[in-house]
Design a protein. Structure first.
Length: 373
């Protein structure tokens, strides 16, 4: 791996992490209702190297756990149903203080979790939810561990949901979300309802952190793909604009950072580490063997008829069409990496096969692009 590639890609990778920011999710509910199980089911188990360290304190009992593009805020050492006044005081203070900070430091959405088989919804829980809503934090009420059979929820959970709905609470969707987060080994009860919680959260999250949420979650590949397409479209437009600048030798070289930024963003959306993303990017494009302007020439070899373009000047339609094709082909590689369906040899990724995959995906999209001038 050449120095040039490693450094350029790392720079773009870090920049994209910064741009994605973080969605901060506050999770409340009595102990043992299944908060951690729910979070892990939707976002994946925390991995040691993704920055799980000691949680950051936000108040004397309020903690922020950073997991890449996800921040989980919860209470430690205080119990709902016992220390409510204290918890509410702290959360109120934390939300108010965070208002003046950058968007990635604010509290965006709260999940209030209640065990679906708990027969009653308490006064204190209602107060808790109303306080959060008054602070302009959207509250998603989640009923956890709700058994389901033949497409129907357990009657006790339905009854609890009905009771909650009757309170006309200011909650997302106006109703609780029924979930079961983790398969029960004994009864075989499979998970359900997770996608609905995720989608509801996505819709109420500020637009500036929606991509961070799409990146953080681990259950909805379509949500990742739609965010990837947004990024590809933006890069495609940037490539066209770069190519429109009439400076000889510049346009092809200017595509390189634009495309690396795009590749880095798609890698983040699919939770690829820097190392893994770099290995796959090198395997896909062979870019690492050349540097700077030579890399641009290397990219151009993918474009039919553009390989010998004098001075590396390419037109806007080639630049955008090519960037679009690169993005779509790289998205396939990222999706296969996230799905763990990339070809391997002896347990490690088969870089030759990745290259063939990328190039065949690229070829599908390139025949329409021709350099005309
Ligand atoms: N099978 C199954 N077990 C669950 C589910 N949710 C929670 N559990 C179990 O219930 C227990 C408590 O779940 P946690 O996720 O640790 O609960 P918590 O709300 O994070 O608890 P605290 O961190 O103590 O406040 C664990 O043994 C979980 O395995 C679920 O959806 N399915
Ligand atoms: Mg927990």
């Amino acid at each position: 791996m050449t120095q040039w590639f490693t450094e350029t890609f790392r720079t773009e990778f870090d920049k994209q992490a910064e741009e994605l920011g973080r969605i901060n999710l506050a999770i409340f509910g009595k102990t043992g209702v299944g908060k951690s199980t729910l979070v892990n089911a939707i976002f994946g188990e925390p991995v040691a190297q993704t920055g799980i360290g000691a949680p950051v304190t936000m108040g004397s009992h309020l903690y922020l756990d950073k997991r890449g593009t996800l921040g989980v805020i919860d209470t430690r050492g205080l119990e709902i149903g016992r220390d409510d006044a204290e918890i509410l005081k702290e959360i109120t203070k934390a939300v108010k203080e965070s208002r003046g900070r950058p968007i990635a430091e604010q509290i965006h959405v709260a999940w209030y979790c209640i065990r679906g088989m708990d027969r009653r919804f308490e006064e204190v829980e209602e107060r808790f939810i109303r306080t959060l809503a008054d602070l302009d934090v959207p509250v998603v009420v989640v009923l956890t561990q709700v058994p389901m059979r033949d497409g129907a929820y357990h009657p006790d959970a339905i009854e609890l949901a009905r009771q909650i709905q009757a309170r006309n609470l200011p909650i997302v969707g106006g109703r609780p979300f029924m979930t079961y987060a983790m398969r029960d080994q004994f009864t075989g009860q499979p998970p359900h309802g997770l996608m609905d919680v995720l989608r509801a959260t996505f819709h109420v999250a500020p637009e500036a952190v929606q991509a961070a949420l799409a990146a953080a979650q681990a259950i909805d590949l379509e949500l990742k793909a739609s965010q990837a397409h947004k990024a590809i479209a933006a890069s495609t437009a940037a490539a066209a604009a770069a190519a429109a600048v009439p400076i000889p030798f510049s346009s092809a070289a200017m595509l390189v950072p634009i495309q690396l930024a795009m590749m880095a963003r798609l890698a983040h959306l699919h939770k690829l580490s820097l190392d893994r993303a770099a290995v796959l990017a090198i395997a896909s494009t062979s870019l690492a063997t050349s540097a700077g302007r030579a890399a641009a020439a290397g990219l151009l070899k993918f474009i039919p008829g553009a390989g010998s373009v004098a001075g590396g000047v390419i037109n806007a339609s080639v630049a955008s069409g090519f960037t679009l094709a690169m993005g779509e082909a790289w998205l396939v590689v990222c999706q296969r990496a996230a799905n763990r369906t990339l070809p391997t040899v002896g347990g490690v990724v088969d870089t030759e096969a990745v290259k063939r995959l990328f190039e065949s995906e690229l070829a599908k999209r390139l025949p329409r692009i021709r350099q005309r001038d």
